[in-house]
Every structure is written in C-alpha cells, then in structure tokens.
Design a protein around this ligand. Sequence first.
Ligand code: AHR
Length: 317
Amino acid sequence: DQAKKDDAKAASSGGKQITMGFSQIGAESEWRTAHTESIKSAAKAAGINLQFSDAQQKQENQIKAIRSFIAQGVDIIAFVPIVETGWDTVLKEAKDAKIPVIVVDRDVKLSDESLYIAKIGTDSVAEGKKVFNWIDEYMKKENKQPRSGDKFNIVVLEGTVGSSVAIGRANGFKEAMAAAPDAAKYTILASQTGEFTRQKGQEVMESFLKSDRDKIDILFAHNDDMALGAIQAIEAAGLKPGKDITIISIDSVKGMFQAMIDGKANCTVECNPLQGDILMETAKKILNKEEVPKNVYVEEGIFPADVAAKTLPERKY
Ligand code: AHR
C-alpha cells in the first residue's frame, strides 16, 4: 500500500539505502519464528537492507556477528541479547565506530547505558506477575483443592539460563506470589530450565513427574513451546493436562490456543513477537537524528482457555 511505498522511499532517501545488521539468537520456538518473520518482512516493507545473522543459541556467535557488522560499516545494528550480561566490550566497539545500536526483545545489563540508543521489546516481570495473579484467581474460581497436602504445588519450566526473560518472568511470578494475601497456599516444588524448547520442556516435565507425579497441581512454563512438550509428558504419565495439572505459559502462539481448545491447557499470557515495524521506524528516526524513547514496550494481552476458540482465528502468529 501507499504508506509502505512511502516508507521504502524514505529508507533510501539521501542517496543511500539504510543497511541494518541484525543478530537473532536462533529458532528455538514457534514465537522466535514469528519474531524473525516480523523483522524480515518489516525490513522489506521499509526498504531497509537487512543483514540477518542466526547465532544458533550462542552468545559468542552474536558477538562475532556484531563485530562483522562493524567491520562492514552497516548504518545501524540491532540484536536480541540471548543473555543479559557480557555485551559491554562489543557494544563499546560499535559506539567507537559511531554505529547506533538497538536492543530487541530481551534486556541487557551494562555498565554504561549509553552503549545502546533504544530497547524495543516486552516486559517480562509484568508477564510473570500476570501468570501468578491469573493462577490465584483461577484456583479460587474453580474451587480447586491441592492433590496432596495442604498447599498447591507448582512446578516451573524456566527459559534460557541467564536470559533477561527467564530472570524477569521468574522474579515477577515470585513477587506477585509473595504479595498475594493467600501466598501461604502455594509453594514452588521444582524449577528447572527447559531452554525454551518443546523437546527440553517434555524431558524436564518427565523428570518432575517421575519424582512428584501425584503432587503437582500447577505447571508454569516460561514459554508455550515448553508447555506443549510438557503436555505430552503429562499424558504419557497417565494424567490429564489442564485438569489434574493446571497449565499456564507465556507467548500466546497458535499451538497453545489449539491445546486450550482441546482442553489440555488453561491460559497463555501474551509476549508479542510483532516487533519488526516499530524496530524499522525507530531505526529510521535514529538515523534521522530524531529523539526516540529509551524503552518501548509492545502491547500484550492474556488469553484463558474460555476465549481460545473465539480468539484463534484472529491470531497472527
Ligand atoms: O525472548 C522471548 C522468549 O524467547 C519467548 O517467550 C520464547 O518463546 C522465546 O524463545
């Protein structure tokens, strides 16, 4: 459409097309695939030449990619930090080369905040809080009782170790739990990384079930893919996912909506991967020397099973 054509023109105005170096972390989940697709299609629509690099889940590959973007002299660098720390040196190199940097999706911890211009992404602490608050309301509304003992036993499948999203979601969840009037009704029985993948989620859930099959009341998975893997483990153990064990996760990908429609999961808190358009807009503004906000959060909802069938046809990822 016309707006997109205008954008494309703007990106190549001044005689030179904008080149963006983008370091993605990999393809670990359905969410990540949607994120990559959003970045690639937005770059195309905006007329930005995207140098896309896939780090295959390794920070060292991301650092190499960023160094190679600097060596090529790209106009702007954007990257998804797989983990929070360890970026100071390479971002200082980008700053010295006068190449602006945008942090995408996850957060970084730096000694000097001026090493990046803007961060576009999601609020993982808020997501973790939404998860606990939804659980607390649901358990009351459904008049659920612990399967054994007098507390609800929660197991957690965590995301990538050291990633801001795994840290933020875990902290947000625990903060909301500590602040709840009936905090004493809940306990975290086990918490382990499933690396944001379906396969690992299934394996770790199998091991949780081996030790505590008849105690687990609630599963909180840091992403939908791990919840989907865990559902298979729960069924293989002869239990009913979504009934014997209440299941909630984060992302809101189509696969999780289908699991809710099938009665095998209970809720998904949205983490919005559609960050491409806002990234390209922000890049253009930065290169035009316009002011941009340091932090931009994309909008996120929450989808329990009872709205799944109605909502699935509208989902974009
Ligand atoms: O950083 C966002 C997280 O990474 C998503 O929740 C997860 O699915 C992805 O792999």
